[in-house]
Each structure stands twice: as C-alpha cells, then as structure tokens.
Design a protein around this ligand. Structure first.
Ligand code: UT7
Length: 331
C-alpha cells in the first residue's frame, strides 16, 4: 500500500495595509535605521489597525483567499488549526472565529500556541490526522497581531515584530509528496528569556499588571539569539542526516524570520547558499506564527513539484523544530 502523506496543495497569506518603517520607530524610541537594518535586517513591518480588529481579521483574509485559489468549498474542510500567540480572545480559539467567518461549518477547530514555532507545530499535528486517515482536507493558519502585545516604548522589541497571517491547505497524497519528517523540540527553561508575563491565570490582568507593562512581550535578546541559531542548526542537521539527504538535495530552506543574522548563521552552519534560503524579514519583520507561510506564499511560483523543502523555526517556550517535506505542485 502506498504511504499516505499530508501534502500542502495551496498557500495564501495576508498582511495589513498600514506600515511602520524604521524612520517611524526613530520617532518613538531611541533607535536608528542603520542599527535596525544591520542588527536585524528589518526595514518595515505591517500593522493591523482599528478597534476590535484582532488576529482573526488577517486569518480570515488568508483562508478566504486560500479557499478561492484552490477551488475548495468550505464544506469540504474537516479541521482548522490556527497557530497564534495573539488570539482574538482568551477563548474561544481564533480558529473557530476564522472558520465561522469563512463559512467552514463541518470542521473542528482549535489553536496551538507554540510562539514562533507555532506554524510548524500546527502543520505537524495536522499532518498526523491526514496520515492516520482521519481527515482528507485540513487548513493550517499561522497568524499573529504582534502589535497588540508589543511595547512601543521598548526599543529592544518594538523594532522586531509585525502583523500578518498565512494559511495552507493540507490534503492526503499518495504520490510520495508531502510531509516526510518532523523533529519538534521544547525546553520550558527558556521561558525566562521570552514571555508575556501577565494576562494568564498566574498573573490575571489588574491595574498593577498594566502599570508594570507586563502584558507586553518581554525578551532578553542575546540568549534567545544564541539558542535560536544552535537549536535550528541542530534540528535541521539531524533531519537531513536521518533522511539520508544532504544540503545539496534541498531546494529551499524556509527559516522563521526573527533576525537576518540568525538566518545567515544557520544557513552558513549547514552549508546552504543564501539563494536557497527564503528571506523576507526586511518587508514584514517577525510576524511570529505567520513568517513561514508568508515565505511559502511569496516563493510559491518558484517552487516545483518534488522539491525538497525544509522549514525551521525557533521561539518562545522555548520551542523549535524542523519539518522536511516534498513540495506537491508547480512546474
Ligand atoms: O522570534 C522569536 C525568537 N526571537 C528571536 O530569535 C530574536 C533573537 N534576538 C535578536 O534578534 C537580537 O538579540 C535583538 C535584535 C533583539 C537585539 O540585537 P543584539 O545584537 O543581540 O543587541 P543587544 O541586545 O546585545 O544590544 C546591543 C546594544 C545595547 O546597548 P549597549 O548595552 O551595548 O550600550 C542595546 O541597548 O544595542 C542596544 N540596542 C539598541 N540600539 C539601538 C538594543 N536595541 C536597540 C535599538 N536601537 N532598537
């Protein structure tokens, strides 16, 4: 019997219209364009504005476009997983809101919170349902409105993050294409370096938590940087080795977009020439769960059926991992 794999059969993404440039940030905090470009590679980020407009607004646009371009009737979708750290509300999950607004009525829906690794965690989880034969068509969304949890008086974090959403359609494939392997990791000890302290059950929102600015992202950048480079290089290296391939056999490396220097270090350690590495951080910044689908969306026309693709991410938790897949369409 042929192996059933979960193949990405379509990708779409959405970024909001409004943009914050490095020049705009120079007016808010003590920073400058040169520092931001050289230390992170970021030039601008898209920001979702408007009261009451949460992450689902962008997820809805990404999923609507995905259904349209893949000619998929919403009734065919059996599962929607949304990776996000900026859910519209504590509950219900944002995946439910997205599904409702696009007319997906025959699915069960839930969110996964694995910070910047959310998309690869969600993709791997979704793939298991398909491989087990439980579901035929699944949508995985990676979406974050980071501007809702970024402190625009903290120069070490506000320069990094942006808003965006991307979504993929996963379908069963018996042609050999699809997700071949995944290696996911976490280490809760890393939580001291990267977290949003208040708003959960440990520190519910109070006037004091707001005053102490504990509802914003806290990051100690240097240890996160180091762990991101070694973590991603390690899992990608292991995935390559255990699948008996080499960097030469991989058409595209799709890294989480947190810092251009992190991406370059990982590529360099693994001998990937930068032409094979998807990088769009200059346009969008770090959109957390959305960075990888935003890359796939932008490079969709350049990928060919059968291409070996490796996705890798590192983020809050700590969480990290790598997914090895064979691209399922494109000439
Ligand atoms: O996506 C989830 C995972 N997150 C990541 O992977 C992010 C990992 N970390 C990073 O990307 C980098 O650590 C940052 C971009 C956050 C910071 O870059 P860095 O090169 O690690 O800078 P640093 O924190 O070591 O700070 C170096 C200097 C400091 O000044 P002193 O102490 O040397 O005088 C900072 O105060 O740069 C200063 N600095 C800035 N200067 C101008 C920090 N932020 C800024 C800024 N503009 N925006």
């Amino acid at each position: 019997m042929p192996t059933t794999r979960a193949a990405i059969t379509g990708v779409h993404a959405y970024v909001p219209e409004d943009v914050i440039t490095n020049a705009d940030l120079e007016k808010l905090v003590d920073t400058n364009d040169e520092w931001i470009r050289t230390r992170t590679g970021i030039e601008k980020r898209h920001i979702l504005k408007g009261e009451g407009r949460g992450t689902s607004v962008m997820g809805i646009e990404a999923v609507k476009g995905l259904l349209e371009k893949t000619n998929t009737d919403p009734s065919e979708i059996e599962l929607v997983i949304c990776a996000t750290v900026t859910a519209d509300m504590q509950f219900p999950d944002t995946a439910n809101i997205i599904a409702d607004e696009v007319g997906i009525k025959n699915a069960f829906c839930y969110d996964i919170n694995a910070a910047c690794s959310g998309f690869i965690y969600a993709l791997t989880t979704a793939a298991r349902f398909i491989e087990a034969g439980a579901h035929k068509k699944v949508i995985v969304v990676g979406a974050d409105k980071m501007s809702s949890i970024v402190d625009y008086t903290d120069r070490s974090t506000c320069i990094i993050f942006g808003d965006g959403a991307g979504a993929v359609l996963l379908e069963a494939s018996e042609e050999g294409n699809g997700i071949v392997d995944a290696l996911l990791k976490s280490d809760g000890a890393g939580r001291v370096y990267l977290h949003q302290k208040a708003g959960g059950s440990a520190y519910p929102a109070t006037a004091d938590t707001v005053q102490r600015r504990e509802h914003f992202v806290y990051q100690n950048g240097r240890p996160v940087f180091k762990a991101a480079v070694s973590g991603m290089a390690d899992v990608v290296g292991k995935v390559i080795e255990r699948n008996d391939i080499s960097a030469d056999d991989v058409a595209w490396l799709v890294p989480h977009q947190a810092n251009r220097r992190i991406i370059e270090s990982v590529a360099n350690m693994l001998d990937f020439p930068m032409e094979k590495v998807m990088v769009n951080i200059h346009k969008y910044g770090n959109t957390t769960a959305a960075t990888i689908p935003l890359c796939l969306w932008e490079w969709e026309d350049q990928m060919k059926k059968g291409d070996n693709v490796i996705l890798t991410a590192f983020g809050g938790g700590f969480t990290w991992g790598a997914v090895y897949l064979k691209w399922a369409y494109g000439e």
